[in-house]
Ligand binder design. Structure first.
Ligand SMILES: O=P(O)(O)OC[C@H]1O[C@H](OP(=O)(O)OP(=O)(O)O)[C@H](O)[C@@H]1O
Ligand SMILES: O=c1cc[nH]c(=O)[nH]1
Ligand SMILES: [Mg+2]
Length: 213
């Protein structure tokens, strides 16, 4: 598994405002949307393309188009939904699948409450959207959903990651022969005793939607 921390002054600034506890939900949603588009630019460097013939006003030429089958974008509900528009801005023709997962705040175990994914994902690139990679339980389970259906290339886009989550993901995906890359705006220090990322930004779903998670 590869982890790519995007190092860009605009990413760092927007993340700073996102973290600020005084940032309200409308601003939080707007910034999360902008950040995802910046991260998606990096995360799609290896999106599959195919040759595509066109005619310019001057001459015929061969360019590229997204290869078929189109990539699948998978927001992990709730908080991943706040990243969907920012991703689709760059991949408007991608297909979207949904997985709803919630972490039990006592056991920190993730469980699935909704899932709408194509049954067969063989040969598909998948872009998983989840703002927080904390213990790694949610993302590990979501990625297994996709590889069990045949996905052969996985990129997770996160706003924040914790070292513990990356290590767990590394362990849980070790035997997998599918390349998995995590693209994140920052690698934070650690998790606290409640499994929250430090310094983090709080509970992403609550920050996005203004209600208790
Ligand atoms: O890496 P983990 O330890 O699994 O934690 C990360 C998950 O925790 C939060 O989800 P939460 O369960 O709060 O649901 P929500 O997205 O609906 O807020 C966040 O949105 C991630 O999905
Ligand atoms: O810091 C954290 C950890 C898990 N989930 C969140 O939303 N925030
Ligand atoms: Mg939450």
């Amino acid at each position: 598994m590869r982890t790519h921390v995007v190092d860009h002054p605009l990413v760092a600034h927007k993340l700073t405002v996102l973290r600020d506890r005084h940032t309200d939900s409308p601003t939080f949603r707007h910034l999360a949307d902008e950040l995802v588009t910046l991260l998606a630019y990096e995360a799609t460097r290896d999106v599959r393309v195919q040759a595509y013939e066109i005619e310019t006003p001057v001459a015929r030429t061969t360019g590229t188009a997204l290869a078929s089958p189109k990539p699948l974008v998978v927001p992990i509900l709730r908080a991943g939904l706040g990243m969907l528009d920012g991703m689709m801005r760059l991949l408007p023709t991608a297909e979207v699948g949904f997985v709803g997962m919630v972490r039990n705040e006592d056991t920190l175990e993730a469980s699935t409450y909704a899932e709408r994914l194509p049954a067969d994902l063989s040969g598909r690139q998948c872009y998983v959207l989840d703002p927080m990679l904390a213990t790694g339980g949610t993302l590990a389970a979501a990625i297994k959903f996709l590889t069990d259906r045949g996905a052969d290339h996985i990129t997770a886009i996160c706003l924040l990651a914790a070292p513990e989550g990356c290590e767990r993901l590394e362990r849980e995906l070790a035997g997998l022969d599918v390349p998995v890359t995590v693209v994140t705006a920052a690698m934070d220090e650690r998790l606290d005793e409640k499994g929250y990322i430090v310094p983090g930004l709080g509970d992403a779903g609550d920050r996005l939607y203004g209600v208790a998670g």
